[in-house]
Write a protein that binds this ligand. Structure first.
Ligand SMILES: *[C@@H]1O[C@H](CO)[C@@H](O)[C@H](O)[C@H]1NC(C)=O
Ligand SMILES: *[C@@H]1O[C@H](CO)[C@@H](O)[C@H](O)[C@H]1NC(C)=O
Ligand SMILES: *[C@@H]1O[C@H](CO)[C@@H](O)[C@H](O)[C@H]1NC(C)=O
Ligand SMILES: *[C@@H]1O[C@H](CO)[C@@H](O)[C@H](O)[C@H]1NC(C)=O
Length: 380
């Protein structure tokens, strides 16, 4: 459970209406989409676009000045308010989203759905309008990215409202070790990310039990799972002091886990994600109640995944045509599964790599550059 160590309170944001403040281009697009399919409204535009629009350095803006926040696309009303109050945080939210997207692409590089981004505004394209497992992962990893980036920015002294971690000394830390080096402020990062990322969901006011309500609950649950992953994987790190490496004195602090670990952890959560549906009382419940109900650390989804094999404008699937595959692998990266039985084309390409590496005393490694002709396979 998340320990309630309250350091800061964020301004209360009332329940607003769904954000309809889009620029004209998006509005046109959104209107077109509404006519095609009412469900497509869900994430036509999102704070994820912060990962795409480079945000200028915050020093350029006087705190409280409006231009930055009104220029950023993809923010909901509540997020825009937070932007005005915490302008210096916006760069890190953008960075966090970018880290999340990169990690998503790494974790799914060998899958039919490869987490590819489509354009600047909808970022992941229309596949996010389906409440699938993949969507669940995307929400979790981007929320995780924000916790990560904001926690670190606090430690580095980049933000005006937070500093080093003030987490309590762990009970099991040996008594003669010092606690309190400047740690990543994951407590603050968690809280800020909760306010910011969930703002867009909290503003929605869908009828209880509706499909849109189910999707909102799904998003909130997956955002939380992502934040909890970063929070729980943060650990104690220590450094030795004392006479010439005697390590008689140790200083310890709270440190974020490497983001790759967060990605791997959430990928496992993706594999074990729970299929849910909305109950008559307006809560998410398991489709198959022989399984254990998900905890706040688990991912949930409400829709089956679309077919990622073929390109489909309606679902937003890019298809796997022209994707690289591995001829000998029997896994998802193998040509059989990746190409969905359509077969593959083979071509030769030059591969450059480091080779004949030698260790030189002391201490470096010298390599040669080798070029070889290798076979590559791409899906038809
Ligand atoms: C995306 O944003 C970048 C940088 O802001 C811009 O150069 C590029 O043209 C944009 N692409 C699209 C498809 O809008
Ligand atoms: C695209 O996906 C939709 C929804 O699954 C399906 O009804 C439609 O037939 C698909 N279109 C094509 C061209 O495959
Ligand atoms: C993901 O797959 C799409 C569709 O095949 C491809 O265009 C894109 O380059 C891939 N993206 C990454 C990051 O591998
Ligand atoms: C292809 O898959 C095989 C079996 O899983 C593996 O040993 C090999 O390294 C893979 N090749 C590439 C280029 O990834």
């Amino acid at each position: 459970m998340f320990p309630q160590r309250r350091l800061f309170t964020f301004p209360f944001l009332g329940r607003g209406r769904m954000d309809v403040r889009m620029n004209q281009g998006h509005l046109l697009l959104a209107v077109t989409l509404i006519f095609c399919n009412s469900q497509l409204l869900v994430v036509a535009n999102s704070w994820w676009s912060l990962a795409m629009n480079p945000i200028q350095r915050p020093e350029m803006y006087i705190i409280g000045a409006q231009p930055l926040c009104s220029q950023l696309t993809g923010l909901s009303q509540g997020q825009r308010k937070l932007c005005q109050l915490y302008q210096d945080h916006m760069v890190y939210i953008g960075e966090g989203a970018k880290t999340g997207i990169k990690e998503c692409q790494y974790q799914f590089r060998q899958r039919r759905w490869n987490c590819s981004t489509v354009d600047n505004t909808s970022v992941f394209g229309r596949v996010m309008q389906i409440g699938s497992r993949e969507t669940a992962f995307t929400y979790a990893i981007s929320a995780a990215g924000v916790v990560n980036a904001v926690s670190r920015a606090c430690r580095e002294g980049e933000l005006s409202t937070c500093g080093c971690s003030r987490a309590a000394r762990p009970k099991d830390l040996p008594r003669d070790w010092l606690w309190g080096g400047c740690g990543d402020n994951v407590n603050y990062g968690y809280r800020f990310a909760r306010e910011f990322v969930d703002a867009r969901e909290r503003e929605k006011n869908y009828p209880r039990g509706s499909v849109e309500h189910a999707r909102t609950l799904m998003n909130v649950q997956n955002n939380e799972a992502g934040r909890m992953a970063v929070y729980n994987l943060a650990n104690v790190a220590c450094k030795c002091h004392g006479v010439s490496g005697s390590c008689s004195l140790k200083t310890c602090w709270l440190q974020l886990a490497d983001f790759r670990r967060v990605g791997e952890f959430l990928k496992e959560k993706y594999d074990s994600a729970a299929a849910m549906r909305i109950s008559r009382r307006g809560k998410l419940e398991l489709v198959n109640n022989r399984f254990n109900p998900p905890t706040s650390e688990d991912l949930v989804y409400i829709d089956p995944s679309p077919d990622y094999c073929l390109r489909n404008e309606t679902t937003g699937s890019l298809g796997t045509q022209d994707r690289l595959c591995n001829k000998t692998s029997e896994g998802m990266d193998g040509c059989e599964l990746m190409c969905c039985g359509r077969g593959y084309d083979q071509f030769k390409t030059y591969k450059h790599e480091r080779c004949h590496c030698k260790f030189h005393w002391c201490c470096y490694v010298k390599c040669k550059r080798c070029t070889s002709l290798v076979d590559q396979f791409v899906c038809k």
